[in-house]
Design a protein around this ligand. Structure first.
Ligand SMILES: [Ca+2]
Length: 442
């Protein structure tokens, strides 16, 4: 059966090319060969019944082949018909598209016309606007020209006025020049007078200078005579020697040929004291450097420090004793006396020598014996880690550092940065009053 179907299919394939009877016969022969090769060889004699059966089958195949051929032709015709229909439809569509393109083209042309028209209109409007502006501008320029002409007229007027004034000024200038000439003449006269005066003054000056030289020589002679007199006569060399025993300022002749005014205390402690430190109101600053402690500062009618160099000169040539007076802010008063007081030279840093205590203030200075003087700018104390003058804000014969700080800051201060005398009440209370003085003893 399978073989039968295959055969039908092959026939269908080849049938389209078959036209003549001879060709069909070849096909038939080929088909019969194909069918009969599988069953039996053609040489074998076939029974009549079998032959009939095959003929029938062959006819049947032929019939169905024809049917198929007809059906195929029908389908072909239908296909052609469909094709034609499609072709017609395509033609219609093509026509529609052509119409649309024509319409679009028409639209485009119309729009272009509208655009061109609008452009032309706009350009025309702009041109008109520009033209009107130009006219306006021209009008403005004309107006400005008018105003410019007016300004020019004003300037001309102004120039005329200025010229008139210039002429007037010129007249005045001539007058002024005349006046200046007169003044110049007067000045020349004055200059001549001045020159004469200068000459006169020069002569006088020379005369005066000569007289001054004479006077200077005379003064020097007089000074020499006075010095000679001081040296030859017993001029006081300490307060002990002054003849008037009244407290006040006296000139004394200190060793080294120096004449120095000092304050002599002649009332307290049997008198004859040279005061060298005095503080009672805080008006003089005592926080000072080496040079000032050496040379002294303050005034004798107020607070003062006489100066270490004078103390050295006084105490190193003749034996002196020391008196210290202190008073605190509660009115507690005391004095300390040292039977021998001497201050070394500047080279020895004004070292403090000797002295035994007696008195009521307590002994706050024996500790300082053997100590050099230390100021804020000259550290001569015994402490390598401390600058004692800075530590207590006071210059003194500091060791490590001191029990007495009478050159410290003035005021009712607490702590050891004050003007204190420790042993008055065994504390660092501030003093309101101190006085130190020396007296020559024989
Ligand atoms: Ca030190």
């Amino acid at each position: 059966m399978k073989a039968l179907v295959c055969g039908v299919l092959l026939i269908a394939i080849f049938s389209s090319g078959i036209t003549s009877d001879s060709e069909r016969y070849d096909v038939d022969l080929f088909m019969s060969k194909l069918f009969f090769r599988q069953n039996s060889p053609p040489e074998i004699p076939i029974a009549k019944a079998e032959t009939d059966s095959h003929g029938e089958k062959l006819n049947e195949i032929e019939r169905s082949f024809k049917e198929m051929q007809l059906s195929t032709q029908e389908k072909l015709m239908e296909f052609q018909k469909n094709l034609k229909e499609r072709d017609d439809s395509m033609t219609d569509r093509y026509q529609t598209l052509q119409d649309k393109i024509a319409e679009l083209e028409k639209n485009r042309t119309a729009k272009e016309d509208v655009f061109q028209e609008s452009m032309e209109r706009s350009t025309q409007e702009k041109y008109e606007s520009l033209e009107s502006k130009l006219v306006e501008l021209e009008n403005n320029i004309t107006a400005r020209d008018d105003s410019l002409q007016e300004i020019e007229r004003s300037v001309e007027n102004l120039e005329r006025n200025v010229k008139e004034r210039d002429e007037k000024h010129e007249d005045k200038l001539v007058e002024i020049e005349k006046h200046a000439k007169k003044t110049e003449n007067t000045l020349q006269e004055m200059m001549q007078n001045i020159t004469r005066l200068e000459d006169y003054s020069k002569v006088k000056h020379e005369e005066l200078e000569t007289n001054l030289n004479k006077l200077q020589n005379e003064t020097k002679n007089s000074w020499d005579l006075q010095t000679e007199f001081i040296k030859n006569h017993t001029i006081p060399s300490s307060c002990k020697d002054v003849s008037r025993k009244k407290s006040g300022q006296y000139g004394i002749y200190i060793e080294n040929g120096e004449f120095k005014t000092v304050f002599c205390e002649h009332d307290a402690f049997d008198g004859n004291w040279v005061v060298f430190q005095y503080r009672f109101n805080g008006k003089v600053n005592f926080y000072r450097g080496w040079a000032e402690y050496r040379d002294g500062f303050g005034t004798l009618d107020g607070e003062f420090w006489l100066g270490l160099k004078y103390l050295h000169q006084l105490t190193s040539t003749r034996k002196h004793e020391l008196m210290v007076e202190v008073k605190d802010y509660n009115g507690n008063y005391g004095y300390a006396k040292y039977d021998h007081f001497e201050v070394g030279s500047e080279a020895q840093k004004f070292v403090l020598k000797r002295g035994s205590y007696s008195g009521t203030a307590g002994d706050s200075m024996t500790y300082n014996i053997g100590m050099k003087f230390t100021t804020k700018d000259s550290d001569n104390d015994d402490s390598s880690s401390t600058q004692c003058a800075e530590r207590h804000n006071g210059a003194w014969w500091h060791g490590y550092c001191t029990n007495a700080n009478l050159n410290g800051p003035y005021g009712n201060l607490s702590g050891d940065k004050a003007m204190y005398w420790f042993h008055l009440k065994n504390d660092y209370r501030a003093m309101v009053y101190t006085r130190m003085m020396v007296r020559e003893i024989n």
